[in-house]
Ligand binder design. Sequence first.
Ligand code: FES
Ligand SMILES: [Fe+2]
Length: 447
Amino acid sequence: VTITEPQKDLDVATGAEGAIEIERELADQTRDYVERPERDLRRRPWQTYIDAELGMRGYWYPVARSKDLVDGSPQPVKVLGEEILLVRKGDKLYGVEDRCLHRGARFSARPLSLSEDTITCWYHTWTYDLEDGRIRCILNDPDSNLAGKPGIRAYAIEERRGLIFAYIGDGEPPALEGDLPPGLLDEDVTYHIAELRMIGANWRLALENSFDPGHHFIHNWSPLVIESGFPITFGYVAKKGEEHMMVDYHVEGPGPLGFTRTTKEGEYLFEATIPGKDGKPDTLYKAPGAVGRTNEELDALFQGMPPIRIGIWMPCVNSIENFPGTLTGYEWLVPVDENTTMCVTIGGKRCATPEESEAWKGEQGHIEWKVPVVDKFIVDDDFARVGVQKFYEDEDGWYRERMYRPDIEITMLRKFFANNARGIQTREKAVGSSRRRVSSETASENK
Ligand code: FES
Ligand SMILES: [Fe+2]
């Protein structure tokens, strides 16, 4: 991965001009909303991203944990709107469309694998090759000339680091490694893999939350923060005019495209004044963990920590270095459908011995990482992700949102994705249909 200086020609709004440009765009949007409430929904500069409701097409996605897919027990998963049946057979892994070509029965309702490398539909016995999805035979019509014909979709499936990945795209898949975030394959790191979580939010709302410099406020209510008494800021906000300098872009392979930011360089806000009106006094509000600490103490606390670096990588994964302590984590926000995201969250620790490594995968990782980080911290990210879903789902949120300065970094994320996506997923591609309805009228017209 090449770390580049902010590049103006990247057109992801890096460079001072870019940042100013974004501020202008944000102001435009606000004006739009205020002055033209009846307006048409205007195209946004990151329109491709808005259109990618179901995710980016042409990438590898984690779809299951290795340990949840056992031999003899096929598992259905849904990603980017595509229903896939995962099958493990000895040392082979398969993924096929979970939908029979004949009349659409879901194989997963009663998975029947009657030979080494086939799946048979439980309804009328159509039998498919697990490797390429072709029709192998039909048990109750042995002479059918459908045998050998193309049948159902078959997916490229790979397994790495305790996760099963599927390629969602067309044609030959690129190498899986190119779609894995930097550091994931480091051999001295062992991952504790949390149970997969489904949340009722679109994948973009979940991903944006991870990078949002203004979102730290919510963690003042996180059990981990309350229990430890550690101060959490209202936000790590870039100094005005320096928004673009906080971010390092990774725009060359191998490895996915993405960007990182070290929170340490931002401004910390632990207190704010709420002005009183009608002659009433102002109110000073201090973050709970900051009460009783001077600004110097707070500053020293933060400067003394290893810098937390957050990364965002295409198609939908974040990385967090040095949180908590020296642990590293990744979280894929995998689109399931328009309103659901599957969170694949893993916590990495450098382990020196196989014993240490085993302990981390099990109880130790559970106690030291999963409970504090996922159950007692990310829980508030999920709360926030779900908390804005309704607005974006059915209240025109993508066009109606009113943004402020800390959102510049959100718009940079959006532009980066819009400009660099290999492709976007659509409902038509997901279900493999043109969605053209033929009514009796159009049918007779066609005669
Ligand atoms: S629906 Fe599968 S064989 Fe008929
Ligand atoms: Fe968070």
